[in-house]
Design a protein around this ligand. Structure first.
Ligand SMILES: [Zn+2]
Length: 264
């Protein structure tokens, strides 16, 4: 087993939005940043001694614009295949998020008003369509992709055999990293309770560190404490009928033969 190094690639700010570079026998990129950030990402990849043409795979953690915005361009520039989960395929094929966003708090309600978060980005077709766990040994990495649904239905994380969990938006830092190291919800979750169950399942695997899309890496012990408090908070919200979660996702594409789609 070779050691896999996880390097944060800043997309916006110092760590407001991150992609990650995983270095094993071959390099793999996790997430593709916002639209127009391919150059910045590949410059950072090169600064870490990796020829962008050597990237073996680009894993997209979920169907939000700050994670797949430059997937199509990065694929064109590097030739690396892109992996994404089938449950977010509709977002990847249309370049649009699933509306509406469901804010987790004031930060999300504020960000929801930002038009940029509702615009279309260049769509892409995942060459590696995920529908379960995928071992990455064939891509040169001692790691596996794990489905971690909840933030979106098609959210995934990457767990290295060394215990580094590249967790996308399963968890974040307070205020997109303004309070570094403090666990918090990202601005939106489609299904907060399902997300928390996914986070618990990942913590049960004993990760040594959680690398996130927004903020600095998190200590699993600190995240465990946060998870217990968040579980109680969600249980109270649910009991009071205040919990918003997205109903079962529609199929990515429907044909008229499937019958009428309910207007919303
Ligand atoms: Zn995000």
């Amino acid at each position: 087993m070779s050691r896999t190094k996880v390097i944060a690639i800043p997309v916006l700010g110092k760590h407001a939005v991150n992609a990650h570079l995983l270095l094993g026998r071959h390099p793999v990129l996790v997430d593709a940043g916002t639209s127009g950030s391919a150059g910045r990402i590949l410059d950072a990849v090169a600064r870490n001694g990796v020829d962008p043409a050597d990237l073996r795979l680009i894993v997209i953690t979920h169907g939000h614009l700050d994670h797949f915005g430059s997937a199509a361009e990065l694929h064109r520039l590097t030739g690396a295949p892109v992996a994404g989960h089938v449950a977010d395929l509709g977002q990847y094929r249309t370049g649009r998020v699933r509306e509406p966003y469901l804010p987790t708090g004031p930060m999300g309600r504020l960000m929801d008003r930002n038009r940029k978060l509702h615009e279309a980005v260049e769509p892409f077709e995942p060459a590696v369509l995920l529908d379960g766990e995928l071992a990455l040994h064939d891509f040169g990495l001692d790691a596996r992709i794990m489905p971690t649904p909840g933030h979106t239905a098609g959210s995934v994380s990457v767990l290295t055999d060394d215990g580094d969990l590249v967790a996308g938006d399963l968890i974040a830092n307070s205020f997109m990293g303004l309070l570094p190291g403090r666990p918090a919800n990202p601005p939106f979750h489609d299904d907060p309770r399902r997300n928390l169950a996914s986070l618990r399942a990942m913590l049960a695997l004993g990760p040594t560190r959680l690398h996130v899309g927004h903020g600095v890496p998190l200590d699993p012990e600190r995240v465990r404490g946060w998870v217990d408090r968040e579980q109680r908070r969600l249980d109270r919200s649910a009991a009071a009928g205040r919990l918003r979660e997205r109903p079962a996702a529609p199929e990515p594409r429907r044909s008229p033969a499937d019958g009428p789609t309910r207007a919303t």
